[in-house]
Design a protein around this ligand. Sequence first.
Ligand SMILES: *[C@@H]1O[C@H](CO)[C@@H](O)[C@H](O)[C@H]1NC(C)=O
Length: 434
Amino acid sequence: VYQSQTTLVSKLEALQCHFTWDLDTSRSKLFRCRERFEDFFTEDGHSWLGHIYNLRGFMEYKLGFTEEAQSFFNKSTEAFCQIRNADEGPWLVVNYGNLAWLHHHLGDPAESEAYLTKVDALMNEYQYPSQDELHPEIYAEKAWTFIRFSTDKMLLAADYFQRAIRMQLVMVEWHTYHVKGLMFASKHSSTGLGADILEKMRIAKEQDPENLYFAVHYLEHCAKKGEIIKDEACKLAREVLRNPISSYSGIKPLLRVYRNYVSVDEAIDLAEEVLKNHPDERYLMKCAALCYKWKIFFSDSPQKQSMVDRAISLHEEVISLYPHSSLGKKIDLANIYSKSTNGKVKAKQIYQELLKSDLDQAGKQMLYNNYAKYLNFQGQDRTSSLRYHMKAAEIPQQSIFREKSIKVLKNIRDKGKDRMCREIQTFLENLQEP
Ligand SMILES: *[C@@H]1O[C@H](CO)[C@@H](O)[C@H](O)[C@H]1NC(C)=O
């Protein structure tokens, strides 16, 4: 005899799992994230594989692909068993919770109940002394999920990792992720990284020396503090090159370190070298495209045609390989065209198409800010440029693009010379905070 529907639902709602964590799941975001996750390295034994599959299963479910969802949740179960080297344990609470929800949605109450019973059994066996604390495994998975999927919950994630670590000291990867959460959370703060976070990073790096991604980030922060890091960067490059390639391997932050503290030309050389070893990896194409963009955007002298051609062909390829998450690359491509001698018409055409396309709020904001800059850079239409900055600022969503547009508008207002000055002043006064 199954429990009544309402008891079942209230039990499901009390679970700790992706279905109850209040994750923002707009379709465009899901499609974008899915493409990002496809680039994750999934070799057996990767310490976050169980978490990755759980999140991917949840995203598939939200997109309406229940078969794929089931298959990812199954893979998550397997991955956890393999990584923790045990058939069952508290690390499966979230996974079983997801499966209980999935079967509930598939109209299979018996199967849903079976998973609820498994969760209950685990909770009883691995009970935590304090009623209001979660098991550290659950804190860790929740925190990891927020860091990967909900950038607005970074501080909460850092707090969860802190709790998980306090309760269970042995999981080295948790330390690195905890520090990572703190890093992300303080990325946009005006004071930058405090000495305490840098010290935590240093310790985490020593405890988890295999984690190149983290080593690269640490190096970057040392460089920011004024240390000379070129030799160390080259050493890391050799290590990153030896490892299998994925977005976890640290290649992208390493290229950024090269650009900032070695040279953009050497960043391009490194990207091309990695790409030569893995010519079909779309993720590496994306990294290489980024390096060419830096080269073209941030140098004053005109570029060789061969450089521009390579930049364009890489961008076109990346755009076709990431159909759901290439808005930024399309904008970059338009800007590359606009900077090249014969590309003005093409640039205009790309922008016109993007303005007509169906974008979510965040996408529109990014586009409007960039289009405003493009109009101003072309020197043609200053009024339209300011109008697009206003359109970007108006969208009630906090982002770097919004901030940049507001900054431009405030500058115009403060200088007081433009004929739109008064209008902009009123606009800024009436602007709602998101
Ligand atoms: C997932 O695992 C269950 C139970 O082991 C099995 O019955 C089911 O066919 C699997 N589903 C998929 C899609 O892999």
